[in-house]
Design a binder for this molecule. Structure first.
Ligand code: ZN
Length: 442
C-alpha cells in the first residue's frame, strides 16, 4: 500500500487552491506540486508562457537509457456555482467517504494520485532501472491548451518527449448486464466543423415577394439534420469495443447498438458517438434587421469524425443527410482524429493490472467524442502511445460522468486509493524491467 493518505490530503490541498480557467492562476498549485516532487527527489522545472501560469515538468531518470513514461495531467478546472453545491466547491471537504470539490474528478484527483504514488516510491529510494519517469502537470487544458500542452510541446519538446503517456479520459467503470467494463481511452474524434450557406435576394420585408428569402431556404436543410443521421462506419476501436462486449455480429453496427440498448440503455449515449460521424447544427445567422429579407443565411454545424476517417467521411455524411443541392458548403475548422493502438506494451500492461486487481472486469477500448491534451502529445511526438486511464473500482461512470463540469463533483476515497495503487504499480512495473519488456504486474 503506497501513499494513500498522501493522495487524499494532497487532493484536498489542490482543491482549496482555486484554478478556475479562465483565468487559471495555476502558479500556487504548481508550486505546491513542485515542492512535493522536489522533496522526494525529482528534478522539477516550472515553464510557462506567463509567470502566473507555469507548466510543471518533474523528471526522475534511470541509470540506463530506455523509454520515457509520462504521467500527464492538467491542474486547471472549469468554474463552479456555489449556490448549486451541497459542499463549497473549493472546500476540499472530506465527508461521507468522498473528497468534495471542483476538480476532484477532472482532474486534480488523478494528479494527486499520481504525485502521491511517485513521491512515495521516490522517497523510499526507488529509481527507474532504465529510461525516465516524467510527471507533467499542465495549465490551460479547459480552454484548449494554448498556454499548456500546446505551448509546452512546441517550446520545450525535448523536456516532455515521451514514448508512453497516461492522461485523463479513461479508467471509468460501466456496468453492463452482469459484467463490469473498464474503459481504456485510446483516442479522440476529429473535428470537421462547417457552414451551410444559402443565398437569395434582399428586399424590404414589408413586400416579401420582391425578394428571395435566404433564411427560409435553410428550413429543409435543418429539417433533414433533425430527421436523419449518417450511417455508422465502424473503425478499429469501436469494433473492438463491440466485440469485447459480445454485441457485434456480422459487422452490423446498428444491430450491435440495439443489443447494447437491450442490455443497458444507459450505454447508448456513450457508445453511439464512437460508431461514426456526428452532425449537430448549433448556430444560425440570417438578417441583422427585422425589416430586411436576407440575401444570405447560414447554419454552422459541429461535426465529429472518428480517428481513421477524415474529411471525405465528413463530406459523405453531409451529402447523405442533407443532400447535395440547395446550399454552399464551407469548411470552418479541421482537426483530424487521433488514436493509439489497442495493443501496445503500455495498453497490455494496463490490461494485466486490471486482470489482477479487478478479475471480473473487461478492459474495453474507447474513443472520446471530445478533446484532451493526449491529442497534442500524439501530434508532437508521433512515436508516443498515449492512453486515458485513471482506474476506478467503486463508482461507475453512470455516477461520475454527470459530476464532471457539474455540481457536487466528488471522488470516492476508495477510488482515489485504488488509482494511487495503480500509478505506483505502473511506474514500478513498467520502468523496472529489462529494456524492451516491461515487468508484468505482480
Ligand atoms: Zn480534464
Amino acid at each position: 500500500m503506497v501513499a494513500q493518505a498522501g493522495s487524499i490530503e494532497l487532493l484536498r490541498s489542490l482543491i482549496r487552491i482555486d484554478t478556475v480557467n479562465p483565468p487559471g492562476d495555476e502558479r500556487p498549485a504548481q508550486e505546491l506540486l513542485a515542492a512535493t516532487l522536489t522533496g522526494a527527489g525529482f528534478d522539477c522545472e516550472l515553464l510557462g508562457r506567463t509567470p502566473e501560469r507555469p507548466n510543471l515538468v518533474g523528471r526522475l531518470s534511470g541509470a540506463q537509457p530506455g523509454p520515457t513514461l509520462c504521467l500527464l495531467s492538467h491542474i486547471d478546472t472549469v468554474l463552479a456555482n456555489p449556490d448549486e453545491w451541497s459542499h463549497e466547491p473549493w472546500s476540499g471537504d472530506l465527508a461521507d467517504g468522498f473528497v468534495w470539490g471542483r476538480g476532484a474528478l477532472d482532474m486534480k484527483g488523478q494528479t494527486a494520485a499520481e504525485v502521491a504514488a511517485v513521491c512515495s516510491l521516490a522517497s523510499e529510494g526507488w529509481r527507474p532501472a532504465r529510461g525516465a519517469l516524467l510527471i507533467v502537470v499542465v495549465v490551460d487544458e479547459e480552454t484548449g491548451g494554448a498556454e499548456g500542452a500546446q505551448w509546452l510541446t512546441a517550446t520545450h519538446p525535448e523536456k516532455v518527449r515521451c514514448e508512453y503517456l497516461v492522461n485523463e479520459g479513461g479508467g471509468g467503470i460501466l456496468d453492463y448486464g452482469d459484467r463490469r467494463l473498464v474503459c481504456l481511452g485510446c483516442g479522440e474524434k476529429g473535428i470537421f466543423r462547417f457552414a451551410l450557406h444559402t443565398e437569395g435576394i434582399a428586399a424590404h420585408a414589408s413586400m416579401p415577394r420582391l425578394g428571395d428569402n435566404a433564411l427560409v431556404k435553410l428550413a429543409p436543410l435543418l429539417a433533414r439534420l433533425a430527421e436523419r443521421q449518417p450511417s455508422y462506419e465502424l473503425t478499429e476501436h469501436p469494433r473492438a469495443f463491440l466485440e469485447a462486449v459480445g454485441a457485434l455480429q456480422d459487422g452490423d453496427a446498428s444491430a450491435a447498438l440495439e443489443r447494447v440498448r437491450a442490455t443497458d440503455s444507459r450505454l447508448v449515449p456513450i457508445v453511439e458517438p464512437m460508431l461514426g460521424v456526428s452532425l449537430a447544427p448549433t448556430k444560425a445567422f440570417a438578417s441583422d434587421k427585422i425589416n430586411v429579407i436576407p440575401s444570405q443565411a447560414r447554419i454552422q454545424v459541429d461535426c465529429r469524425v472518428p480517428p481513421g476517417l477524415g474529411r471525405d467521411a465528413a463530406l459523405a455524411a453531409i451529402e447523405q443527410v442533407v443532400g447535395r443541392e440547395g446550399y454552399r458548403l464551407e469548411w470552418t475548422e479541421e482537426v483530424v482524429g487521433n488514436s493509439s493502438p489497442i495493443h501496445s506494451p503500455l495498453a497490455d500492461w494496463i490490461r494485466g493490472w486490471v486482470a489482477e486487481h479487478d478479475p471480473s472486469a473487461t478492459v474495453v477500448p474507447t474513443i472520446l467524442p471530445g478533446f484532451t491534451d493526449s491529442s497534442t502529445f500524439r501530434e508532437a511526438f508521433p512515436e508516443c502511445q498515449a492512453y486515458g486511464f485513471c482506474p476506478h473500482r467503486v463508482s461507475s461512470r453512470f455516477e461520475t460522468d454527470p459530476l464532471v463540469h457539474g455540481a457536487d463533483e466528488r471522488i470516492d476515497v476508495r477510488d482515489l486509493e485504488y488509482a494511487t495503487t495503480f500509478f505506483a504499480d505502473l511506474v514500478r512495473g513498467f520502468l523496472s524491467g529489462p529494456a524492451g519488456s516491461p515487468a508484468r504486474p505482480h
